[in-house]
Design a protein around this ligand. Structure first.
Ligand SMILES: NCc1[nH]cc(CCC(=O)O)c1CC(=O)O
Length: 320
């Protein structure tokens, strides 16, 4: 099929170093694919970047990071937006779609500390920084002697707070540290068996808006889509959607695919880690959505709904 290539493409991006790295990565790949097209980045600050003092779930959740970028696309100021998939709501507003999911970086959580080598090394009372309810729940369950304190801001801000001595250790996504050239800050990678990653963690997605000028953005971006990652995150995000798709509950969903067979694991828990439901399924990767539904059914059989309701009663913010 002949793809109609526009002479200019504008990528809307948040202005954090990670967001810009991701936008630049997409820009470079598009420039290489379409040398005749000039690809530019439009940097913008979102509400999610501005609100640093309150927990995100209380003020609107994941959508806060993508809304301004969507407005820029709707107004024709941008053609695409690059996101960390983990921050993209399960349902996009009418007229928007995910056009491509890029090959996933390391999906694991990373233990970062200047003084300790792993969570197991931390002494009683040590302060661990994370604003992810999923990470909090895991730490509370396995290391009840540790103290969890909220940690927000972009990656550099979070690392700065660690270096200032506000925390003994912090937990971050390995993907962000690797992309920013900071893999040496990772003291230990958490085993997915212990710390099951959030849906979409480590994957980037490209969002587009419906348009009327005949440019087929999905065809244009198709070479950037990584089919295996796309199948994995389809299953993971299905689980999030089934259980409310917010960041107000500790929820993990992680799929791996080998030779076309998907292994999907999912978990919901209370923030104190005292009640946990976890389940796994296997099946053809092409049945991603059904596998997401199947693992969700298994979680329900383990009282996942009651666990989630007790979380929503507390609803005390997060940013996974
Ligand atoms: N919630 C913020 C966020 N969104 C995406 C990443 C990291 C990169 C990724 O998962 O792709 C992070 C930081 C973190 O969780 O430490």
């Amino acid at each position: 099929m002949e793809v109609n290539i526009p002479s200019r493409l504008v990528i809307a991006s948040r202005e954090s170093r990670l967001a810009l790295w991701q936008a630049e990565h997409v820009r470079d790949r598009l420039s290489q694919l379409y040398p005749q097209c000039s690809v530019e980045i439009l940097g913008m600050t979102t509400r999610g970047d501005q609100i640093l003092d309150r927990t995100l779930s209380k003020v609107g959740g994941k959508g806060l990071f993508v809304k301004e970028l969507e407005v820029a696309m709707a107004e024709g100021r941008a053609d695409l937006a690059v996101h960390s998939l983990k921050d993209v709501p399960m349902e996009l507003p009418d007229g928007f779609a995910l056009a491509a999911v890029l090959e996933r970086e390391d999906p694991r959580d990373a233990f970062v500390s200047n003084d300790y080598a792993s969570l197991a090394d931390l002494p009683a009372g040590a302060i661990v920084g994370t604003s992810s309810l999923r990470r909090q729940s895991l730490i509370a369950a396995r290391y009840p002697h540790l103290v969890i304190k909220p940690l927000r801001g972009n990656l550099d801000t979070r690392l700065g707070k660690l270096d200032r001595g506000d925390y003994a250790a912090i937990i971050l996504a390995a993907a962000g540290l690797k992309r920013l050239g900071l893999p040496q800050r990772i003291r230990a990678l958490l085993d997915p068996d212990d710390s099951l990653p959030a849906a979409g963690q480590g994957a980037m997605a490209i969002e587009i808006a419906e348009r009327t000028d005949g440019v087929d953005m999905i065809a244009l971006l198709a070479p950037l889509n990584h089919v295996v990652t796309s199948q994995a995150v389809t299953a993971e995000r299905r689980v999030s959607k089934v259980f409310g798709g917010s960041c107000q509950v500790p929820l993990a969903a992680h799929a791996t695919i080998e030779n076309g067979t998907m292994h999907l694991r999912a978990m919901v828990a209370t923030p104190d880690g005292k009640r946990v439901a976890s389940a796994e399924v296997h099946g053809p990767a092409t049945d991603a959505t059904q596998l997401g539904d199947q693992v969700s059914d298994k979680l329900r059989e383990q009282d996942a709904v009651a666990i989630l309701q007790s979380c929503l009663a507390e609803a005390d913010g997060a940013d996974d």
